[in-house]
Design a protein around this ligand. Structure first.
Ligand SMILES: Cc1cc2nc3c(=O)[nH]c(=O)nc-3n(C[C@H](O)[C@H](O)[C@H](O)COP(=O)(O)OP(=O)(O)OC[C@H]3O[C@@H](n4cnc5c(N)ncnc54)[C@H](O)[C@@H]3O)c2cc1C
Length: 379
């Protein structure tokens, strides 16, 4: 075997796992990061590291990526959820599947994931340097950092999501402008902060989940998913929700509770403060006092609740949509179609998934595909 020398830019989930496979195959790896390696894994899953999702059908798995779905068919055929579980077993990390399909380490501690991966790559050259530029020379690359200059025949870019990644000059790849995803949305309602409504239906995205009202607008699982689906839509846009799809007919409720105030009738279905908000100036009226016009108005507010979205909660995104244009990357190898021997993996790519372990799955899978392609590359 010819020992290859590989420079990896970014020691996050993708960079470190790519390094692991390359090191295991006996190659020489230098891993660059301006921060400490794998620190980006620590906040994942609220400190528990939701490392994958128990979806074992590759097409179904890929459907969880608003950007990258088709590209990932080939990637997942080489490294699927089964392979992630095998990787974690190999790393000595026991895992379990939570009720909602999310996979975590049994320790529920992202520090275990970090420590065990770092332990496996401790033979690596780690350079705490920021990579500023990459230039093609002969059959390899000149890699300039804030401290020095290197030459590598193979380079892997794994510098993560676009908003936080430090840009690398010299590489003429198209980068889709990064925009926040999996983030709260600024809306024209800010006076309901703290209220949670369960099982809300979004007409726009045809999905149902919980909504949290915040001081800036809306958050919670349903909103995170919508923010991902609509990450590239121009603002402002309107969202319409059914706040209680299974609610009984309002006229029937009014008849059955004719002596109760409207806000108390609606409190059976919503938190009291929200019931007051939605019934507005009619909140103190009794059931028998609500005429057809008011009933239709309230019913419409519940089943066609309109919100105007004019921004994202800045700095709160967990992933970014955008990144290296997938049209310029070979999905079978992760190699650049423009520069042979340059590989791009993880969130640096224009791939992002929903909450639930999908973004780390993308990191592990693309890392493996790049590593095995480098291992099998005969220059
Ligand atoms: C709070 C939070 C919680 C999350 N929870 C989950 C979860 O539970 N499950 C899930 O699947 N996903 C989760 N994600 C998303 C997931 O963490 C990322 O998708 C994943 O870390 C991407 O891996 P990566 O290796 O591509 O990039 P990163 O992990 O972001 O690593 C990129 C690395 O590159 C380095 N870098 C950047 N530019 C340069 C440069 N020029 N020179 C040198 N180094 C550079 C950075 O310092 C960084 O260390 C979460 C994200 C956040 C922010």
């Amino acid at each position: 075997m010819v020992k290859k020398s590989i420079g990896i830019v970014g020691a996050g989930a993708a960079g470190c796992v790519c390094a692991y496979y390359l090191l295991k195959a006996g190659h020489e790896v230098t891993l660059f990061d301006y921060g400490s390696p794998l620190r980006t894994i620590l906040p994942t899953g609220g400190g528990r590291c939701n490392l994958a999702h128990a979806e074992f059908d590759n097409r179904e798995l890929a459907a969880n990526y608003p950007r990258g779905e088709k590209f990932l068919y080939s990637v997942f055929s080489k490294f699927s959820t089964y392979d992630t579980l095998a990787l974690f077993e190999e790393l000595g990390i026991e895992t379990y599947v939570q009720d909602n399909g999310r996979i975590f380490p049994k320790s529920n501690d992202s520090r275990e994931v970090r420590n065990k991966i770092l332990d496996k790559i401790k033979g690596i050259n780690f350079s705490k340097e920021c990579v500023n530029s990459l230039n093609k020379i002969d059959s390899g690359f000149a890699l300039k950092t804030d401290k020095s200059e290197y030459y590598f025949p193979f380079v892997v870019i794994s510098n993560g999501g676009g908003m936080k990644a430090k840009h690398i000059n010299g590489i003429n790849h198209n980068i889709i402008t990064p925009l926040p995803s999996l983030v709260g949305l600024k809306a024209n309602i800010t006076n309901l902060s703290g209220i949670v409504i369960k099982n809300v239906y979004s007409y726009d995205c045809n999905i149902k989940d919980d909504v949290l009202f915040t001081h800036f607008g809306l958050s919670g699982p349903l909103i995170y998913r919508i923010s991902s689906i609509k990450a590239r839509d121009s603002m402002p846009y309107k969202l319409i929700f059914d706040l209680y799809p299974a609610m009984p007919d309002l006229q029937q409720l009014l008849n059955e509770n004719s002596k109760k105030e409207l806000k108390n009738i609606l409190s059976k279905f919503f938190p009291h403060r929200f019931a007051e908000y939605i019934s507005a100036e009619h909140s103190n009226k009794k059931g028998y006092e609500i005429n057809g016009q008011i009933r239709n108005l309230i019913s419409n507010k519940i089943h066609n609740f309109e919100v105007e979205i004019f921004g994202t909660d800045k700095g709160e995104e967990t992933v970014t949509s955008g990144g290296y244009d997938l049209d310029e990357i070979n999905s079978k190898t992760m190699e650049s179609k423009i520069y042979p021997n340059l590989y791009i993996i993880g969130e640096a790519l224009n791939i992002d998934g929903f909450c639930g372990g999908f973004n780390l799955q993308n990191a592990w899978s693309t890392a493996y595909v790049a590593a095995s392609s480098i291992i099998n590359n005969n220059l």
